[in-house]
Design a protein around this ligand. Structure first.
Ligand code: C5P
Length: 291
C-alpha cells in the first residue's frame, strides 16, 4: 500500500490541499540520444521551497481552475491529464474539482508543471482512496513527463535514464543559501534537447561531487550541458549567471533546460541582496536559507 507523505496534505472540511515544490538541477549531463527520441542524462534533482498549491474536493466530473489565466486549464493541463490517467488506470467513476494556485514560472527549468502533475496523482489517490503502489504511481508519473517521478519522492536524488531512474542521496543536506532568478524568457524543453551537444565520456560522478558540498569542486565539475545552447540564444541568462557570481555566489548555474538561473551562497545576506536586485529588473525570484 502506498501512503502519501501526510505532512504534505492539509485537510480542511472536505478539501485536500498540497504544495507542489520546484526543483533545481545540481549538474546536468546529457549523455546520448536514444532510439525512442529521448536522451539519457545524469543529474542531481534537489527540491526547493518555492511551490505551487493544489487543492482537490469531490465532484461529479474532473474540473480545474487555475490562478494563471495563460495556463490551459482544460485537457492540455498536466493536472487534468494526471486525473484522467488515474481515473482510467483505477476505473474511478467519480470526479474532482481542483484549484491550482500557480506561483512557479513555467518554461524555467524548475519542473513546475511536472510537480503539479505528481501532486495531482498523490492528492487524487488520497481523495478517491485508491490503493496505489509506489510502482504503479511511478509508472503513471513517467507517462506524464520524464521528471514527474522525482516529484513523488521530493528528496535530493541522483537521476539517470530519462530522469526517472532515481537514487536518493540519503542523509544529504544542502547547507547553503539559494537565490533563484527567472528572467521573462520561456524555453521549450524539446527545443533545448534539439540543440544540446551530447557527450558520454569524461563525465564527473555528479552524486559524489554534490555530496562533498565543496563549492570549488562544484564550480569545476557540476556542469549543465544546456548552458551552451541556451546562453548563446539568450545572452541575458549568461549575464544573470555572471551577476549572481559577482553578487557573491560561490556557485551558479542554469537549472534544467532554463530559463531559471540559481546562485549558491555562503552568506544569506548576499543571496537576499542578489534576489532584490534581480526582482528590481523584473525577474521572478526566490531566496531560501539552509534548511
Ligand atoms: O518527458 P517530457 O515531456 O518532460 O519531455 C519533453 C521533451 O523533452 C521530450 O519530448 C523530448 O524531446 C525531450 N526530452 C529528451 N530526453 C529526456 C527528457 C526530455 O529528449 N530525458
Amino acid at each position: 500500500m502506498w501512503v502519501p507523505k501526510d505532512s504534505n496534505f492539509i485537510v480542511s472540511s472536505h478539501v485536500l490541499s498540497a504544495t507542489a515544490p520546484a526543483k533545481i538541477n545540481l549538474g546536468l549531463n546529457v549523455l546520448r540520444k536514444r532510439t525512442d527520441g529521448y536522451h539519457d542524462l545524469a543529474t542531481v534533482f534537489h527540491p526547493i521551497g518555492w511551490a505551487d498549491t493544489l487543492t482537490a474536493d469531490h465532484a461529479d466530473t474532473v474540473r480545474l481552475t487555475c490562478t494563471e489565466a495563460t495556463l490551459p486549464s482544460g485537457e492540455d493541463n498536466l493536472v487534468v491529464r494526471a486525473a484522467r490517467l488515474l481515473k482510467a488506470s483505477f476505473g474511478v467513476d467519480r470526479g474532482a474539482i481542483m484549484n491550482l494556485t500557480k506561483v512557479l514560472p513555467h518554461g524555467a527549468g524548475l519542473g513546475g508543471g511536472s510537480s503539479d502533475a505528481a501532486t495531482a496523482l498523490q492528492i487524487l489517490c488520497r481523495l478517491w482512496r485508491l490503493d496505489c503502489t509506489t510502482t504503479s504511481l511511478a509508472s503513471l508519473a513517467l507517462d506524464l513527463g520524464s521528471d514527474v517521478p522525482f516529484f513523488l519522492r521530493r528528496c535530493t536524488a541522483f537521476a539517470q535514464g530519462r530522469g526517472e531512474m532515481l537514487s536518493p542521496l540519503e542523509d544529504y543536506r544542502f547547507p547553503f543559501s539559494l537565490a533563484v532568478v527567472v528572467n521573462p524568457v520561456r524555453i521549450s524543453t524539446a527545443w533545448a534537447f534539439r540543440h544540446v551537444e551530447v557527450r558520454e565520456t569524461g563525465r564527473a560522478d555528479l552524486a559524489e561531487v554534490v555530496r562533498t558540498n565543496d563549492l570549488d569542486r562544484w564550480r569545476r565539475e557540476l556542469t549543465n550541458d544546456f548552458e551552451e545552447p541556451v546562453f548563446s540564444k539568450w545572452p541575458v541568462l549568461r549575464r544573470t549567471k555572471s551577476a549572481l557570481l559577482r553578487a557573491g555566489a560561490s556557485f551558479a548555474s542554469l537549472t534544467g533546460t532554463g530559463s531559471g538561473v540559481y546562485g549558491v551562497f555562503e552568506s544569506h545576506k548576499f543571496a537576499e541582496d542578489a534576489v532584490q536586485e534581480a526582482a528590481a529588473r523584473g525577474c521572478a525570484t526566490w531566496c531560501e536559507a539552509p534548511s
